[in-house]
Design a protein around this ligand. Structure first.
Ligand code: NAP
Length: 253
């Protein structure tokens, strides 16, 4: 494949499903060699196989982003098999629902670990490669829920608000190294996570009701997020950093 990301190597966490899968496919379609990291190794392999079937270059790796040694080993494998990564998309995440007063500490820690500390590990392991290359693009997937708050999701929203703070802090620290750091807070994207939340009755009146209240009158598609992430990954997005780029059909303005 050939495109604006020709010759780049990208790491996409949680790339085996939903938004991450769409991002991995889009980055590959734009020319990047993509490493799909996912807790679900089979899903990571399937995503890589799908990219390759479309003519792209990809590998799949089973990784829990909360496991520092696992992240280090995965990035070493990426360097070995594809080359040094200069694009990192921190997308792996899990939801959490329930009353704050019933939120137990283990759940709080698990949600923060996966949704925020996972990005901390990946950034610390990948950024040295970006510094060496003199360029880097980090895209952190946060959530529109962190922009306005969301009742009954305190741990999730806190983790995603942390992603926004991490984004802004790293943008300030590493801009002089040619590294940009931005965050996309998705709003209401049709993925397995959204469908599962709906099936559990966690989306209140449901998806159709939400569509009726969304200015563009449709549910978001994973490809909507992928298009924005791919743009932020390009060389010519070098003056965009520390930004929160909402992709939400106008649900948050
Ligand atoms: P998804 O379909 O559930 O995909 C999430 C992926 O992350 C899954 O493949 C999951 O693997 C993987 N993952 C979970 N924990 C992991 C870990 N510890 N290490 C590595 N991979 C892990 O969800 P999605 O809707 O595409 O969500 C992607 C991101 O967008 C998440 O960060 C989510 O919070 C955010 N987001 C989504 C929406 C939305 O409307 N869908 C809105 C706002 C924000 P398993 O399947 O094995 O668990």
């Amino acid at each position: 494949m050939s495109g604006p990301l020709d010759g780049k190597v990208a790491v996409v966490t949680g790339g085996g499903s939903g938004i991450g899968l769409a991002i991995a496919s889009r980055l590959a379609a734009d020319g990047a060699a993509v490493a799909v990291l996912d807790l679900n190794g089979d899903a990571a392999d399937a995503a890589a196989a799908s990219v390759k079937a479309d003519g792209g270059e990809a590998i799949g790796l089973a990784v829990d982003v909360t496991d520092r040694a696992g992240v280090e080993a995965a990035v070493a494998a990426v360097v070995d098999q594809l080359g040094a990564p200069t694009i990192l998309v921190n997308n792996a995440g899990l939801p959490q629902f329930g009353s704050f007063l019933k939120l137990d500490l283990d759940t709080w820690h698990r949600v923060i670990d996966v949704n925020l500390t996972g990005a901390f590990h990946c950034c610390q392991v990948v950024i040295p490669h970006m510094i060496e290359a003199g360029t880097g693009r980090i895209v952190n997937i946060s959530s529109s829920s962190a922009q306005g708050g969301q009742q009954l999701m305190a741990a999730y929203v806190s983790s995603k608000a942390g992603m926004i703070g991490l984004t802004k802090s790293l943008a300030l620290e590493f801009g002089r190294k040619g590294i940009t750091v931005n965050t996309i807070p998705p709003g209401f994207i049709d993925t397995p996570m959204l469908r599962e939340s709906d099936a559990q009755g966690q989306l209140g009146p449901g998806i159709d009701d939400a569509i009726a209240r969304t200015p563009v009158r449709r549910v978001g598609r994973p490809e909507d997020i992928a298009a924005a992430a791919a743009f932020l990954a390009r060389d010519d997005a070098s003056y965009i950093t520390g930004q929160v780029i909402g992709v939400n059909g106008g649900r948050n303005t």
